[in-house]
Ligand binder design. Structure first.
Ligand code: ADP
Ligand code: MG
Length: 331
């Protein structure tokens, strides 16, 4: 902390952050000095990504701290997954209104749970007093030149997504509308608060996918990034989108596809693959335990067309969650 460093801050670092994750052999110096020292293996590219979560914007302030600790890391790991990177190191900048031991312990337990799963070491950070806001930076490794990008999609490539779409947006809507007394609410809430970053799938897609992105702002917005970066268009069939029974029931009632294609917070991967590599996907799905669903095809031209079952074009009312707009996606 730059201002007013005090005993409590040192205690926090020693009591919580120092022992929060495992020790990696490639970390020469972790928490406790002015910077961490890391030995990056030869022949590997370093992937870096940072994300901030702000109370009231990205999460309900009353979210259980363990879920928050998990989610702030999960959303960052999802970005690494989209690059095909293997997670390795992480830094944590924590701004908290006051030091509440119970809250910190909960936060750290959620963070540690996910860090342990992916062999990540927390190597540094910063702790400041202020309105609750958390910034996590993750770093990962990719064999030189093999990083997946948004820019490689070509006309004729098939478009796939991992897992299923819309559950997190449905959970958010149920909470916002006070309709969270449904039987499957806990399952839905897990999809919102505890997304599983598709790290193994991202790694397995190196050298297979022609482009990739993680879906954080909704399929339309994020596939749109691939299309613009790649200078192509695409067609997606709504009926082919992978959805849970809960989302299917919601669709049946409202016919509102926007939650599925523009809801956000899915943290699934969307990727493209040339047709002649498609036969590799079955093995990848089996090896990673993640379902891979073909949802459309890349075309020449620009723009994304979403087709209903009858072939008519469906227009989203809004393209996805955007900060600095009057969007309705705020918590
Ligand atoms: P400085 O004033 O030199 O920036 P700090 O007092 O902020 O150092 O931090 C002391 C040590 O504790 C540093 O190694 C820093 O990386 C680590 N640290 C501080 N806050 C956190 C945190 N929230 N998570 C992990 N490490 C932290
Ligand atoms: Mg500092």
């Amino acid at each position: 902390m730059s201002k007013g460093k005090n005993i409590a801050e040192f205690d926090l670092i020693n009591d919580y952050f120092r022992g929060m994750t495992q020790q990696r052999r490639d970390v020469l110096l972790g928490i406790g000095d002015d910077a961490a020292l890391i030995r990056v293996p030869k022949g590997m590219d370093l992937a870096l990504s940072v994300d901030t979560l702000v109370a009231g914007v990205h999460f309900f302030p009353e979210i259980p701290p363990a879920d928050l600790g998990y989610k702030v890391l999960a959303v960052n790991l999802s970005d690494l997954a989209a690059m095909g990177a293997e997670p390795a190191w992480v830094t944590l900048a924590l701004t908290i209104p006051q030091i509440d031991d119970l809250w910190i312990a909960g936060f750290c337990s959620g963070f540690t749970e996910l860090a342990t799963r992916f062999d990540l070491q927390l190597v540094g950070g910063d702790t400041t007093a202020g309105p609750l806001s958390i910034t996590v930076q993750v770093q990962g490794l990719i064999p030189a030149g093999e990083g997946l990008r948004r820019s490689g999609a070509g006309a004729g490539d098939d478009i796939y997504v991992t897992g299923s779409l819309g559950d997190a947006a449905l959970a958010l809507r149920c909470k916002q509308r006070g309709a969270d007394d449904r039987e499957d609410m806990e399952q839905l809430r897990m999809r919102l608060d505890r997304p599983v970053p598709r790290v193994e799938a991202g790694i397995a897609l190196r050298g297979v996918a022609s482009s990739a992105i993680d879906i954080s702002d909704g399929l339309v917005a994020d596939l749109g990034h691939i299309l613009r970066s790649s200078g192509v268009g695409a067609r997606v069939t709504l009926d082919s989108l992978p959805i849970s029974p809960a989302v299917a029931a919601m669709l049946e009632e409202s016919g509102d596809w926007s939650m599925v294609v523009a809801g956000g917070d899915d943290y699934e991967l969307c990727f493209t693959i040339p047709p002649d590599r498609k036969d590799q996907l079955a093995a990848i799905a089996k090896q990673t335990g993640v379902t891979l669903t073909r949802i459309g095809v890349v075309e020449e031209g620009v723009g994304l067309r979403c087709l209903r079952g009858d072939g008519s074009i469906w227009q989203p009312e809004h393209g996805g969650f955007e900060h600095f707009s009057n969007g309705s996606g705020q918590y």
